[in-house]
Design a protein around this ligand. Structure first.
Ligand code: GLN
Length: 303
């Protein structure tokens, strides 16, 4: 009896061991390779083997997010916010006609996922709605992390610190701080932190909210605006292009620092993890600083 039991135990143990050894080894490994190979298979057949080889070569990379498979990923932005996103001169875009720090970040995210990047250029004020409607997969638009926005999206690690600056016509002598904005005709970008600030804290005469802040700067140069309230770096870009016509006023007591984050839908936690990984690499490797330096120089030379 004892012998029979022992034998049965042995048989069960052997069977269990064989099952364990077989199941993961055979079907799982090829399935993973096939999944990786599939997205580029949309391309002509000859290109596929090269792509597969490349993917396999990179297997040693840390924490490859293989759980997330996307053929294409749509970046939502508002391409009128240099140096973060703008439409480049013919042929000079980092991605098609689009260029900028956020575009470069988006390219790195798509590359990490092995996905094709698609850019959806839209009104800044509508980006969060578009994300939750599924038109876009993530927002890279110099978007400030705010508690009210967090109710609708998840933000990445902060990747840039900014604040609001006031821009005035060069010859103006009346505006030296936020307090002096009382009674002024002010331009802002629609749905931005600049607009929220002016609405909440300034007793303005007129508040004009533009889809593209470039329209506000044009209006100011025509004499139609007393002040523009906009993100610091963007203010610097526009003022540096017209240093004889525009001037920056800073008010560190009135404006708080703001941190930019990439936004995803609440449920897309896997995508957020990949984005954070890419951002942390770009931040610690000094890549974001380098991009900022590159664009500052290049855009300042524009005129
Ligand atoms: N950082 C500002 C905000 O989040 C402006 C962003 C933008 O206009 N692209 O509201």
């Amino acid at each position: 009896m004892k012998k029979v039991l022992l034998l049965m135990a042995l048989i069960i143990a052997v069977l269990a061991f064989t099952a364990c050894a077989d199941t993961p080894a055979a079907p799982v490994a090829p399935a993973v390779t096939e999944d990786v190979a599939e997205p580029p298979a949309e391309e002509p057949a000859e290109e596929t083997p090269a792509d597969v080889v490349e993917t396999n070569d990179e297997e040693a990379e840390p924490a490859a997010p293989s759980a997330l498979q996307m053929d294409r990923i749509v970046l939502g932005t508002n391409a009128g916010f240099p140096p973060f996103e703008f439409i480049a001169d013919a042929g000079q875009g980092r991605f098609g006609q689009y260029s900028g720090i956020d575009i470069a970040i988006g390219m790195r995210i798509a590359e990490r996922l092995g996905a094709e990047l698609v850019i959806h250029d839209a009104e800044f004020a509508g980006l969060i709605m578009e994300l939750n409607a599924g038109t876009i997969d993530f927002i890279a638009a110099a978007m400030t992390i705010r508690p009210d926005r967090k109710e609708h999206v998840h933000f990445s690690t902060p990747y840039f610190t900014a604040m609001q600056y006031i821009v005035v016509p060069y010859a103006d002598t009346t505006i030296t701080s936020v307090e002096d904005l009382a009674g002024a005709r002010i331009g802002v970008q629609l749905g931005t932190t600049g607009e929220f600030f002016v609405q909440d804290y300034v007793d303005y005469e007129d508040l004009l909210s533009y889809s593209l802040i470039a329209q506000g700067f044009m209006e100011m140069r025509r004499g139609g605006l007393d002040a523009i309230v906009v993100d610091s770096v963007v203010a610097m870009m526009f003022v540096n292009q017209h240093p004889d016509e525009l001037r920056i006023i800073r008010d560190n007591d009135a404006f708080a620092s703001e941190h930019y984050g990439i936004a995803v839908r609440h449920e897309d936690t896997d995508l957020l993890a990949v984005i954070n990984e890419v951002l942390e690499e770009m931040l610690s490797g000094g890549e974001i600083d380098a991009l900022f330096g590159y664009y500052s120089e290049r855009l300042n030379q524009a005129e």
